[in-house]
Design a protein around this ligand. Structure first.
Ligand code: HEC
Length: 146
């Protein structure tokens, strides 16, 4: 039992927004969140760091990305090189906030959602993986991938 709990804790992302209410956002056309979650521009350099970070975005677990200094790149999801040419900022924001809105069966984690997450440890309940500003920072980085 103790082993199972430890394994689960290791699989869970570290959670950022303790007790902070979720920013309300509006989904347009079922595929885009046009408005910034924070009203503050994202920082692409920070976003790149968060994307690589194993306990934050951990995007490389599933995606190849133009990040040569990291040796492991996953291939469960599409290569993110050029992703900003394929999607608008609003479409990318939606995928970061909650990719299940566009594909309810996706295995991509909902980075800015608390409701309906499965197998969440008590201490992670009602918390999001990324803070609102961290979503905006990763988005700013993705927008550099033209
Ligand atoms: C557990 C695996 C997993 C993780 C972690 C993950 N993704 Fe994904 N992602 C996917 C899969 C699978 C898809 C394919 C679309 C689907 O499943 O609906 C996808 C799709 C996408 C898309 C759309 C790409 C396209 O070309 O259609 C973007 C953008 C994206 N992910 C960004 C990210 C970013 C940024 C991160 C890190 C913050 C991330 N993903 C973390 C699995 C993951």
């Amino acid at each position: 039992m103790a082993v199972a709990v430890v394994a689960m804790a290791a699989a869970m992302p570290v959670v950022a927004d303790a007790g902070v209410a979720l920013v309300k956002y509006e989904v347009t056309g079922g595929e885009s969140i046009a408005k910034s979650l924070t009203g503050k521009p994202g920082d692409a350099a920070k976003g790149r760091g968060l994307a690589i970070h194993r306990k934050k975005g951990n995007c490389l677990a599933c995606h190849a990305m133009p990040i040569p200094e990291q040796s492991f790149h996953g291939n469960i999801g599409p290569d993110l090189a050029g992703v900003a040419s394929r999607y608008s900022a609003g479409e990318l924001r939606l995928r970061l906030v909650d990719a299940t809105i566009v594909n309810k069966d996706t295995i991509m984690p909902a980075f800015y959602r608390t409701a309906g997450l499965h197998r969440v440890l008590k201490k992670f309940k009602d918390k999001t993986v990324l803070k609102a500003q961290e979503v905006e920072d990763i988005l700013a980085y993705l927008l550099t991938l033209k």
